[in-house]
Design a protein around this ligand. Structure first.
Ligand SMILES: Nc1ncnc2c1ncn2[C@@H]1O[C@H](COP(=O)(O)OP(=O)(O)OP(=O)(O)O)[C@@H](O)[C@H]1O
Length: 239
């Protein structure tokens, strides 16, 4: 079943057309990527899928429900992490996760918060204020917040952007395990091509607000006569 089906999305900001014509499907259990050069329209697309901004044209269906008409029900099964999302800085790490557990009305919130602290290895940080953490530490709190409601669709805007190579590797492993064990679908943006090759089943390439190529990393490399996804990226980005 398609968890997410977006058809012919478009969005303008004044004179700038950020997204011209984007269609994306993400199936149950699939880890999909949205790639493209800076300014290609990736974040704008994600924000439309999350209901944060309204498309000028096109439709978004989540779990078979049209987002525009079933917003609350559809979004209760979705979650999101990005380094630019502001979480309440003065709260302690465990309080932040607890706030979101209650916001999403998860069952047995205390136990769920403890599970998230364990999963993201936040034990030593749980009584620290969010505002005092390093950016990499905050990224792990963002991911705890994003997983707390066991979302059926997890949207991640550059999930490992602030992480050192070791922490990045652990988080990639963790997200792949979560996808495999829970069957949740994921949609990820990243500028780390090796990360995308490792984690993602299907890749949508955006350039100037349009999907210009889609397929697995191997299919795209074959199609573009490139050695790897980085080679595909360079060919697509340079037209
Ligand atoms: N709120 C806004 N107001 C005006 N222009 C915007 C706004 N948000 C995005 N844009 C413009 O829309 C285009 C697409 O931006 P978007 O952030 O979606 O790109 P992106 O692919 O996520 O880029 P990056 O890889 O740099 O994060 C850019 O030209 C950007 O300047």
């Amino acid at each position: 079943m398609a968890i997410l089906e977006a058809t012919r999305l478009a969005k303008r900001f004044g004179p700038v057309t950020a997204v011209h014509d984007v269609s994306i499907t993400v199936a149950e259990g699939e880890v999909a990527a949205l790639l493209g050069p800076n300014g290609a329209g990736k974040s704008t697309t994600l924000h439309m899928l999350l209901g944060l901004i309204t498309p000028d044209a096109g439709t978004i269906t989540l779990f078979g429900m049209e987002l525009a008409r079933h917003r609350v029900e559809a979004l209760s099964r979705v979650n999101f992490a990005a380094s630019y999302v502001d979480l309440p800085g003065p709260l302690l790490v465990q309080e932040v996760i607890d706030v979101f557990a209650r916001f999403y009305a998860v069952r047995r919130p205390k136990e769920r918060v403890a599970e998230m602290i364990e999963l993201l290895e936040l034990g030593p940080l749980r009584r620290r204020r969010l505002m005092d953490l390093s950016s990499g530490q905050r990224t792990r709190v963002q991911l705890a917040k994003a997983l707390v409601n066991a979302p059926r669709l997890l949207v991640l805007d550059e999930p490992t952007a602030n992480l050192d190579p070791d922490a990045g590797d652990r988080i990639r492993g963790l997200l792949s395990r979560v996808a495999r064990d829970s069957g949740a679908a994921m949609l990820i943006t990243s500028h780390n091509m090796r990360e995308v090759e490792r984690m993602c089943d299907r890749i949508h390439f955006l350039a100037e607000g349009r999907v210009v190529a889609a397929g697995s990393a191997a299919e795209l490399a074959g199609h573009y006569g490139a050695e790897d996804l980085e080679g595909v990226f360079l060919k697509v980005a340079r037209g």
